[in-house]
Design a protein around this ligand. Structure first.
Ligand SMILES: C[S@@+](CC[C@H](N)C(=O)[O-])C[C@H]1O[C@@H](n2cnc3c(N)ncnc32)[C@H](O)[C@@H]1O
Length: 237
């Protein structure tokens, strides 16, 4: 039986690889910018399984808060009919994403872009789907506000906004481990915290998204999928 544990997503640096030699007696370790999070390796296949049912048959998928880049190269490898645009607001993450893409030799991932979810302007004018994994609880609430309002501006009607992470349901943590995790998040930054899925859904509703389709995921996480509703054309006057 596979045992999943809810653990904070901590990144480790990939062990530098020794590639080639400058002389017979000297091996030069190449710098490897890839970051690595054990949780990402564990959750990428369960997430991919849901994404297969959510993402469109073709088009561009924008990932907000790509982190290491491990996820996006995995999804790109398994969903070759889609093009992926990784983003993050951390320069270390952007370097790691480039390194993961280079190491994976995938040709359907665009170069990573700086994107702060809470900013009013995003560098991407349009996308066919948006995914955002493990950011909502590890960022101030204004990042979720920005994510949902910009997603509403960018996505066409029917397009999905996919969120993944731990959420409270009806104000209650879904597991004791999530409660402990939430306490740890608050200790790291009082603006962080496990959000109530109803609060995120209310924000999404007011921005023009459907009610969410929610899927239970390993380690007491949820997949939460909103779809853009056709904006009201309004009565002609
Ligand atoms: C826990 S990591 C998750 C990374 C990746 N999605 C994963 O699941 O492995 C959180 C990520 O959110 C990014 N982040 C935090 N606040 C952000 C914001 N306002 N806009 C964009 N990215 C943000 C961080 O830089 C970090 O890469």
């Amino acid at each position: 039986m596979t045992v999943y544990r809810a653990t904070p997503l901590t990144f480790q640096r990939k062990r530098p690889e020794v590639r080639g030699s400058l002389s017979r007696n000297f091996k030069r370790p190449m710098t490897d910018h890839r970051l690595y999070a054990p949780a990402t390796s564990r959750n990428r296949d369960p997430i991919l399984k849901v994404l297969r049912t959510v993402l469109p048959a073709k088009g561009a998928v924008l990932e907000v808060a790509s982190g290491s880049g491990d996820h996006i190269v995995h999804f790109a490898r398994h969903l070759p009919h889609l093009t992926f645009q990784p983003t993050d607001r951390s320069s270390e993450a952007l370097a790691s994403i480039s390194a993961w893409v280079e190491a994976a030799c995938v040709d359907n991932v665009r170069p990573p872009l700086f994107l702060d979810a809470s900013a009013s302007l995003w560098p991407i004018p349009v996308a066919d789907a948006i995914i955002c994994i493990n950011m909502v609880h590890i960022s101030p609430w204004r990042a979720t506000i920005g994510l949902i309002s910009r997603a509403a501006a960018i996505l066409p009607p029917g397009a999905p906004l996919y969120l993944y992470g731990p959420f409270k349901v009806k104000g209650v943590h879904t597991a004791r481990s999530n409660q402990e995790f939430d306490r740890g998040l608050h200790d790291s930054d009082p603006a962080w915290g496990v959000r109530d899925v109803a609060a995120v859904a209310a924000l999404a509703r007011s921005a023009g998204f459907s009610e969410p389709i929610i899927t239970d995921m390993p380690a007491n996480n949820l997949s939460v999928v909103f779809r853009r509703i056709q904006p009201d054309s309004g009565a002609s006057s």
